[in-house]
Ligand binder design. Structure first.
Ligand code: MGD
Ligand code: MGD
Ligand code: SF4
Ligand code: MO
Length: 720
C-alpha cells in the first residue's frame, strides 16, 4: 500500500484571514473548449471558480468540470514529490535522486537491449499543458528511441493523416465555421457532452442553437440519440461502422446530380476524376442497405450540403475510432471540397492562430509509413506507432522488444484497447517511470513516479486548441498560485531528466528555454507578430495586456496562399485510400444472431479516465452503466438495473444494465475511463465508484488498417 505521508504539506504559508481576495483570469485547460474562467483566491485558498464573462470567445460559459479544478488542486491523492517503489510501498525521494535513478535505469536498459528497448506513451492531458507540448520531445530525443505511442492513435490520427496527405501538413486540419454556417452535419460527434473536439468551440450549445435561430439547421448522424441529437433539427440512426457507405454515397450523389462546384480551389485539386470513379459503385440505394438511412435521405443530405450557402460536414470520434476511420475523415474533406464548402465562410476553414500557424511549408509537416512496427507491421506516423501495437511490442520476445517505459500524462491501462493485455504488458517491463500526478491504473505499475505541478501552479497557453478554434483567438495566463517549494513543472522534469540521460551517455545537453520564452518567440514570428511587422505587433508582453483573451477575428479563407513549396496542390486521389474503397465494397457488417455492437459514450461530468477523483463530478446518478434498448433487454432476458455480463473476443466484464430508448436496436453503449478499484491504485474518491473498464472489451486487433488507429467503437460483443 502506498505510504500516505507522501504529500508533505507544501502550503505557501498564507494566512487566509488577512489575505486579500484576488481575481485570476485563465482558460480552463480540461477540454478542448478552453473556456475563460475567473478564479477568486484568498492566500492559498480557492474561494470560487466562475465563467469569465469578459472572455470574447467563451462569453462566460463553463461546464461542471471547471469548478472541479478546485478538487484537482486540493486533492489529497495528488502527488507533489517523486516517489519510488520499495517492495509493495512507495517512498518519497529527492528530485536529484529521482533523476539519477531514472536516467541510470533507462540508459542501463538501452546499453543492454539497444536504443529502441525504451518506449514512450504520451497521454491526452499533455496536449492541454503547454510545457509538455514544448518540452515533451526532449527526453525522447535524449534517449534516441523510435518507440513512441500516444493517445493520438486512440483518437484523431485519421484527421492528421488526411491533412498530411491532402494539404501537406499534419496540423492543417479545417474546422467548421460554426458561427456562420447555415447547415451543419455532425457525424459521430456529441459536442453537447464533449464540448467539441477537433473543433474548439466554447458554449457549443448556444452556437448550435444560433444556427437554427438564423434559419439554418444542423443534423446529427449517430447510433445513439445523443444530447446533441436531442436539440438537432433531425437525428438519423446509423448502423455503427457503416458511415463510409453513407459518405461515399453522398459523394456519388454530388457527381450524379451535377452538384460538384469547387470554386476558387478548382485549380489546386488533383485527382477529381479518380474520386468520381471510386464513388460510382456507392449508390444511395446500396448505402441505405448498409447504413439503415434511406436512399432519399442520403440524396437530400448531399443536396443540402451543396445547395445551402455556407454548409459543412463534420465528423468526430464515432467516425475516427472505427475500422474506416481514415476513409471517413477523407470522405468528409472530399464532401466539403466538392460541395463548395471548403475554405469559404460558413464551411470548413483552417484557422490562423497567433502561435504555431500552419502552412504547407511549416516545419514538422509529418510523414507516414516510412517504417512499420516489429510485430504487426503497423505504420509509423510522424514518429509514433499506433497504440494498438503497444502491448505486443512489450510482450513479444525477440530483437527490439520493449523493456522499459516512460509514460507522460497517459493512462493506457484504462484508455487503450484490450486493457487486459496492456496490464500484462506493463507488469512485464524491467523498468517504468511515469510523469504523472496520480497513482492510477497505469502508474501503479511504475517503479518511479515524477509528479509535475498542478495546472493552477503554472502559466498557460493553448497551443493545439487555438489552432483548432472556430474563431481566431489567443490567451496567455499567469499561474494562479506560486509553485509550491520543492515542486517541478512538467517541462522542468523533462529538461532535468534529459540532462541526466545525456550526462550518462556522455553527450552535451542544452536545456530548452522555458515555454514562455518559446511562446514569446513564436508569437513574434506568427501572423500577428512584431517580427513580421503586423499591425498588432504581437509578442508575449503585448498578449499579457489581454488577460481575458485576445479576439483575432473570424476564420478567413486562406487558400491557395497557405499551400506552396513541395505541396502546392490539394491531393484528392490518395493511393491507399483509393484501395481502401475496394475493402469497403466487400465489407460485411452483418452480425450473428446473438451479437451486439458496442459503442462508447461521454458525459459532461467525466473526462476520460482521470477526473473521477473529484467528489463534485462523481456525485449524482451512476454514469457507467451499460445502456441498451428496452426491447433488447427483454429479448436477452435481462432486467433493467440488473446485472449483465458483456463478452468480446478479448475479454469479459460484469456491470449493470440500464434501459435506454435512445439507443439503436442491436447497439449497446458503455463509457470508457472507469474501473478504479484495481490493487495499488490510490484514488480514494474514484474507488467509491462501481464502473468497469470498457477497454477490457475493446480489441487491439480491431483498428483502421490504413492508419492503425484503434477502432474503439463498433466492437462485436455478446450480452447475457
Ligand atoms: N473505449 C474507449 N477508449 C478510449 C476512448 C473512447 O472513446 N472509448 N477515447 C480515447 C481518447 S479520445 C483519448 S484522448 C484517450 C485518453 O487516454 P489517456 O491519454 O491515456 O488517458 P487520460 O484518461 O486522459 O489520463 C491522463 C493521465 O494524465 C495525468 N495527468 C493529468 N494532468 C496532467 C498533467 O498536467 N501532467 C502530467 N504529467 N500528467 C497529467 C492523469 O493523472 C492521467 O494519468 O482515451 C482513449 N480511450
Ligand atoms: N465531458 C467530456 N468531454 C470530453 C471528453 C470526455 O471524456 N468527457 N474527452 C475529450 C476527448 S479526449 C475527445 S477525443 C473528445 C471526443 O469528442 P466527441 O467525438 O464529440 O465525443 P463522443 O461522445 O465520443 O462522440 C462520439 C459519438 O460517436 C457516436 N458513434 C459511435 N460509433 C459510431 C459510428 O460508427 N458512427 C457514427 N456516426 N457515430 C458513432 C457515439 O454514439 C457518440 O455520440 O471529447 C473531449 N471532451
Ligand atoms: S467546457 Fe468545461 S471542461 Fe471544457 S474548457 Fe469549458 S469549462 Fe473547461
Ligand atoms: Mo481524445
Amino acid at each position: 500500500m502506498p505510504d500516505t505521508s507522501l504529500n508533505a504539506e507544501t502550503s505557501t504559508a498564507a494566512n487566509t484571514a488577512t489575505d486579500k481576495l484576488k481575481s485570476h483570469f485563465r482558460a480552463c485547460h480540461l477540454c478542448e473548449a478552453i473556456c475563460g474562467i475567473e478564479i477568486k483566491t484568498k492566500g492559498d485558498k480557492i474561494i470560487s471558480i466562475r465563467g469569465d464573462k469578459a472572455d470574447p470567445f467563451s462569453r462566460g460559459h463553463i461546464c461542471p468540470k471547471a469548478t472541479a479544478l478546485q478538487d484537482l488542486h486540493e486533492d489529497p491523492n495528488r502527488l507533489k514529490f517523486p516517489i519510488k517503489r520499495v517492495g509493495d510501498t512507495w517512498q518519497q525521494i529527492s528530485w536529484a535522486e529521482a533523476y539519477a535513478f531514472t536516467a541510470e535505469k533507462l540508459v542501463g536498459i538501452q546499453d543492454h537491449y539497444g536504443k529502441d528497448s525504451i518506449a514512450f506513451f504520451a497521454g491526452n492531458p499533455g496536449v492541454h499543458n503547454y510545457g509538455t507540448m514544448t518540452h515533451g520531445k526532449q527526453l525522447r530525443k535524449a534517449l534516441g528511441t523510435k518507440m513512441h505511442f500516444s493517445a493520438t492513435s486512440l483518437d484523431q490520427l485519421p484527421h492528421m493523416l488526411v491533412a498530411l496527405e491532402m494539404y501537406g501538413h499534419q496540423y492543417m486540419v479545417p474546422v467548421p465555421d460554426i458561427d456562420h454556417t447555415n447547415y451543419m452535419m455532425i457525424i459521430g460527434g456529441n459536442p453537447l457532452a464533449s464540448n467539441g473536439s477537433m473543433m474548439t468551440v466554447p458554449d457549443v450549445k448556444k452556437r448550435l442553437k444560433a444556427i437554427q435561430e438564423r434559419g439554418g439547421q444542423f443534423v446529427v448522424i449517430d447510433p445513439r440519440r445523443t444530447e446533441t441529437a436531442a436539440i438537432a433539427n433531425t437525428h438519423h440512426f446509423i448502423k455503427p461502422s457503416s458511415d463510409a457507405f453513407l459518405l461515399m454515397a453522398m459523394i456519388h450523389t454530388l457527381f450524379d446530380e451535377n452538384l460538384v462546384k469547387t470554386g476558387h480551389i478548382s485549380e489546386m485539386l488533383v485527382g477529381l476524376d479518380d474520386v468520381k470513379r471510386a464513388a460510382e459503385p456507392f449508390t444511395p440505394d446500396m448505402a441505405a442497405q448498409q447504413t439503415g438511412i434511406d436512399a432519399d435521405t442520403i440524396r437530400a443530405f448531399a443536396r443540402d450540403l451543396a445547395m445551402t450557402d455556407g454548409a459543412v460536414c463534420y465528423g468526430r470520434m464515432g467516425v475516427s475510432t472505427q475500422s474506416y476511420g481514415t476513409l471517413c475523415q477523407w470522405a468528409i474533406q472530399i464532401l466539403n471540397i466538392l460541395a463548395g464548402n471548403f475554405d469559404v465562410q460558413g464551411g470548413a476553414m483552417v484557422s490562423t492562430p497567433a502561435f504555431a500557424n500552419v502552412t504547407s511549408s511549416t516545419s514538422g509537416a509529418g510523414y507516414f509509413a516510412t517504417w512499420h512496427s516489429r510485430v504487426s507491421g503497423l505504420p509509423v506516423f510522424s514518429g509514433e506507432l499506433p497504440t494498438a501495437a503497444f502491448a505486443e511490442e512489450i510482450l513479444t520476445p525477440g530483437d527490439g522488444q520493449v523493456k522499459g517505459l516512460v509514460t507522460i500524462a497517459g493512462n493506457p491501462a484504462l484508455s487503450a484497447p484490450n486493457s487486459g493485455q496492456i496490464d500484462k504488458a506493463l507488469a512485464n517491463l524491467d523498468f517504468m517511470v511515469s510523469i504523472d500526478v496520480y497513482i492510477n491504473e497505469t502508474t501503479a505499475h511504475a517503479d518511479i513516479i515524477l509528479p509535475p505541478t498542478g495546472p493552477l501552479e503554472h502559466d498557460h497557453y493553448d497551443i493545439s486548441f487555438n489552432r483548432l478554434a472556430v474563431r481566431n483567438t489567443a490567451r496567455y495566463n499567469e499561474p494562479v498560485f506560486d509553485k509550491p517549494d520543492g515542486t517541478r513543472h512538467d517541462w522542468e522534469i523533462m529538461n532535468a531528466l534529459s540532462e541526466a540521460v545525456a550526462e550518462l551517455k556522455g553527450v552535451a545537453y542544452k536545456p530548452l528555454a522555458p515555454p514562455s520564452e518559446l511562446l514569446d518567440m513564436g508569437l513574434q514570428h506568427g501572423p500577428y507578430g512584431k517580427a513580421l511587422g503586423a499591425k498588432l505587433a504581437l509578442d508575449l508582453a503585448e498578449l499579457k495586456k489581454y488577460p481575458h483573451g485576445l479576439d483575432l477575428g473570424p476564420l478567413k479563407p486562406s487558400f491557395p496562399d497557405r499551400l506552396g513549396g513541395v505541396h502546392s496542390q490539394i491531393i484528392l486521389n490518395i493511393d491507399f485510400l483509393m484501395n481502401d474503397i475496394k475493402r469497403l465494397q466487400t465489407e460485411d457488417l452483418r452480425l450473428e444472431d446473438d451479437e451486439f455492437i458496442l459503442i462508447g459514450r461521454r458525459h459532461v461530468r467525466s473526462n476520460n479516465s482521470w477526473m473521477h477523483n473529484s467528489p463534485r463530478l462523481v456525485k449524482g446518478p451512476p454514469r457507467w452503466h451499460l445502456h441498451m434498448h428496452p426491447d433488447d433487454i427483454k429479448n436477452c432476458s435481462l432486467k433493467d438495473q440488473g446485472p449483465v455480463t458483456i463478452k468480446s473476443r478479448v475479454g469479459q466484464v460484469e456491470t449493470t444494465v440500464s434501459a435506454c430508448n435512445d439507443l439503436m436496436l442491436g447497439v449497446v453503449s458503455l463509457p470508457h475511463g472507469w474501473g478504479h478499484r484495481k490493487k495499488g491504485v490510490k484514488l480514494d474518491v474514484a474507488a467509491t465508484q462501481d464502473g468497469v473498464n470498457c477497454n477490457i472489451l475493446t480489441d487491439d486487433k480491431a483498428y483502421d488498417p490504413i492508419s492503425g488507429n484503434a477502432a474503439l467503437n463498433g466492437i462485436r460483443v455478446k450480452v447475457s
